[in-house]
Ligand binder design. Sequence first.
Ligand code: GDP
Length: 421
Amino acid sequence: KRENIRSLTMCGHVGFESLPDQLVNRSIQQGFCFNILCVGETGIGKSTLINTLFNTNFEEHEASHFCPNVRLKAQTYELQESNVRLKLTIVNTVGFGDQINKEESYLPIVDYINAQFEAYLQEELKIKRSLFNYHDSRIHVCLYFIAPTGHSLKTLDLLTMKNLDSKVNIIPVIAKADTISKSELQKFKIKLMSELVCNGVQIYQFPTDDDTIAKINAAMNEHLPFAVVGSMDEVKVGNKMVKARQYPWGIVQVENENHCDFVKLREMLICTNMEDLQEQTHTRHYELYRRCKLEEMGFTDVGPENKPVSVQETYEAKRHELHGERQRKEEEMKQMFVQRVKEKEAILKEAERELHAKFEHLKRIHQEERLKLEERRRALEEERILFSKRKSSCDIFLNQSYMASGSNIKKDKDRKNSNFM
Ligand code: GDP
């Protein structure tokens, strides 16, 4: 499958060239993948922050507030710093927070993360695996953008983070931190952290087990959630051009640590902990997904009485179980078929009985009708015979009368003739 990867040129320093040697070596040979998921309401500053983090204009179109549901949009870019190549995938949550009913807004995000784990698992389960040059699309970090309200987390934020924390490394950030005052920001940070703890939301902690970065990471964990400002605009400060947001009352410098935590985020995300984020994704989140998925498929490491079970044994047991299940289903189908045939037979028999009764009824009517006709025919015959008898006696009588009248006429004629003579 051909991938749609755009090569972009960065406008300045980002910092991934200083990644640990192991990662750099790997990236020089084949480039390495880093996948960022941005979750936050439309217009909260996601695209601007990503552009600022990577010093690149990623050509994002302004998102609409009228999407009927949340959709995830992924785009992969190839960036290069010195001789280090980075295959960066940015996944954006389009339409997040724009619906009236936000109850299920987290679902497409969970589905997306799971789909990337599933793709990796399928590659891993192949006979001929090619994990070496596999484009790993699993999400390494989720930047969760919190609105700078100064109040507290929204239900949508808590619900979403709660549903994501076992699947991805969450780094919460307070977006547009230039819109909140310094004292309010400190109180807001404390409030957010206590709300996350109270609700049992596990956010990513920068690791403190490696001595070389333990101190800085421990200090950075104290700054969470980072308050960030994004901008690609350059403003002249002193004799230097710096990324900033300019207001009628002053300038907010993105990379000034007195103004916001942008540099802290960039350092932690891109320079210090990129490798750990990838490792945690593989060893914690993917491992959990893989375990649940394989258990769901019926695989297990130990059987009853804690006896180890091999894949072969599980496979045989599953096959046996499926075979039994198939036989049971076949038997059920057979029984159902016999039952259906019996029911059909009974219906047909009933129809036959009804037809027979109808036939008998019609036969009886027909018989009666025939007898009546016979009776009538006999009566007519008798009438006819009587009529014939009467007719013949009538004929005889008529004949006799005719004969008699014939001899009388002759006598009259003879008498008349003798008178003339
Ligand atoms: P997205 O929809 O979350 O990707 O938001 P955008 O990055 O497109 O930003 C939306 C608007 O917020 C734009 O007008 C940005 O200039 C502005 N914006 C972005 N970042 C900041 C910030 O840090 N502070 C302030 N005040 N505005 C910002």
